[in-house]
Ligand binder design. Structure first.
Ligand SMILES: Nc1nc2c(ncn2[C@@H]2O[C@H](COP(=O)(O)OP(=O)(O)OP(=O)(O)O)[C@@H](O)[C@H]2O)c(=O)[nH]1
Ligand SMILES: [Mg+2]
Length: 449
């Protein structure tokens, strides 16, 4: 694992500065060759202005700032060199190529974080927090990632793991030293302790719904027959004229996706082609896509037109969405306050995409079913499906063990579940995570991280 890796740490493309990062035993040797100074020994954590030369021609390639992080006081725990170059993709490519010629290897996705983990600089949930921080779509989501990075998840887990271990030790030692069963009072004691642990593990897992919402947000599709004002509503929610709006039915042919944030929840909003039977080839493909978008969305907003009679198409849309999570919005209430139809059997919201009336209510209704108040409670939220799954599995194992205790099963059998439970908790922070799983997890990181 000690070969030296290199990657661009900043995004590809033109920019003011581009940072190349080297990590590994040869980092210092490689930079010495690049700056053509055999004795160059940068003071750790200080900025050094240097010239980088073309390996072959010896011409100056760029003027750069070099920062050296001496092992073990670096992100990876290895010798790290950061080269801040001018953000020219050509120059950056060239310098990376030279590093490769000098026997560095291109870093794999997440390899810096993986090395940091291997060297004990971070635990797994902290490394995952860095990935999530980079991918965060709202400031609240970024804050959660920072909390996880600072160890909040591991800190919450540690006492639970300690308590579980205490119980395991008692049971193990009774296996070795006690001929008979555990005395009843101790048995009851253990059960109480285990129930408490299971409850606390469950409490952590119960924050996942809000955590997931904060991290991944909601996919919301606007649907309805042509001309009801889907694109107008799309634009009104976004606050700018993104979609084409005309009085011609069938204006929108393709799906449009845009992002917005409502109360810290990232929303991926989709405008779709109006649903109707059509002979137009392009439009009918659009209609097909609208149907797929509906199936794929977390929430569907069905739009009706207050100024028109309800049509068969409207009824069909109402019927086909009745089992989905949906909101019915009656648009164009600026034209007719009274609708020309009865929909007493549905809950609906009155809006006008034109005047903005009712849009606040609509936005509230969009996020309400997803418990936005949990996000505002300011607690730490479990946001990773992997963590949630491990918490739930651990809880199930503990509960099974409690049942076995109730049935007066032997300690050996009770212990199997408890060992599983502690292993699952350990997998969250990576203490008991196998190599294969680590490889899988780190493949979701970006290169250079
Ligand atoms: N008065 C009024 N007119 C509206 C409102 N919303 C949309 N319209 C008008 O209704 C017509 C159709 O609007 P669009 O937003 O293109 O409707 P759409 O549902 O996207 O239609 P398709 O893309 O054809 O499916 C346009 O002339 C809009 O100006 C509203 O709230 N009030
Ligand atoms: Mg449209």
């Amino acid at each position: 694992m000690n070969d030296t890796i290199v990657a661009l740490a900043t995004p590809l493309g033109r920019s003011g500065i581009g940072v190349i990062r080297l990590s590994g035993d040869d980092s210092l040797e490689i930079i010495r060759r690049l700056v053509r100074d055999e004795k160059f020994t940068p003071k750790p954590r200080f900025a050094h202005l240097k010239k980088i030369f073309d390996l072959e021609s010896g011409e100056v390639l760029d003027e750069v700032i070099i920062t050296y992080f001496k092992s073990p006081q670096s992100f990876t725990g290895e010798d790290v060199i950061e080269i801040s170059c001018h953000g020219s993709p050509i120059i950056l490519r060239q310098i990376i190529d030279f590093c490769l010629k000098l026997d560095a290897r291109m870093a794999d996705a997440g390899e810096y974080s993986l090395r940091a983990l291997g060297n004990g600089q971070l635990n797994l949930s902290q490394a995952e927090a860095i990935r999530d921080l980079i991918d965060a779509q709202s400031i609240a989501s970024a804050r959660q990632s920072i909390r996880q990075l600072r160890g909040e998840l591991s800190n919450q887990l540690q006492p639970l793991k300690d308590e579980l271990l205490d119980v395991i030790v008692v049971l193990e030692s009774s296996l070795e030293f006690v001929e008979d069963d555990l005395p009843d009072f101790q048995n009851a004691n253990i059960k109480t302790k285990l129930s408490e642990i299971a409850e606390n593990v469950g409490k952590m897992a119960s924050t996942f719904q809000a955590g997931k919402l904060l991290r991944e947000g909601l996919k919301v599709a606007l649907v309805g027959r042509p001309n009801v004002g889907k694109s107008s509503l799309f634009n009104a929610l976004l606050g700018h004229e993104r979609a084409i709006v005309t009085e011609i039915a069938g204006t929108t042919r393709d799906q449009l996706h845009e992002k917005l944030v409502i109360k810290n929840i990232p929303i991926s909003l989709m405008d779709t082609a109006g649903l109707r039977e059509t002979l137009d080839t392009v439009e009918s493909i659009g209609v097909e896509r609208s149907k797929r978008a509906m199936a794929d969305a977390d929430l569907v907003i069905v739009i009706l037109d207050a100024s028109q009679d309800l049509t068969d198409e409207d009824r069909e849309i109402l019927d086909s969405t009745k089992d989905l999570s949906r909101i019915i919005a009656i648009n164009k209430v600026d034209i007719s306050e009274k609708f020309r139809f009865q929909i007493s059997d549905f809950k609906f919201i009155k809006i006008s995409a034109k005047t903005g009336e009712g849009l606040d209510d609509l936005q509230k209704a969009m996020i309400e079913p997803f418990h936005p108040q949990d996000i505002e409670n300011k607690g730490f939220l479990v946001s990773d499906a992997r963590h949630n799954d491990l918490l739930l599995r651990s809880k199930t194992e503990i509960e099974t063990s409690i049942n076995l205790l109730d049935q007066k099963m032997s300690e050996e059998i009770v212990l199997i579940g408890l060992h599983n439970a502690i292993r699952f908790l350990g997998q969250i922070t990576g203490e008991t995570t196998t190599e294969d799983m680590l490889a899988l997890i780190f493949s979701t990181f970006c290169i250079g991280k």
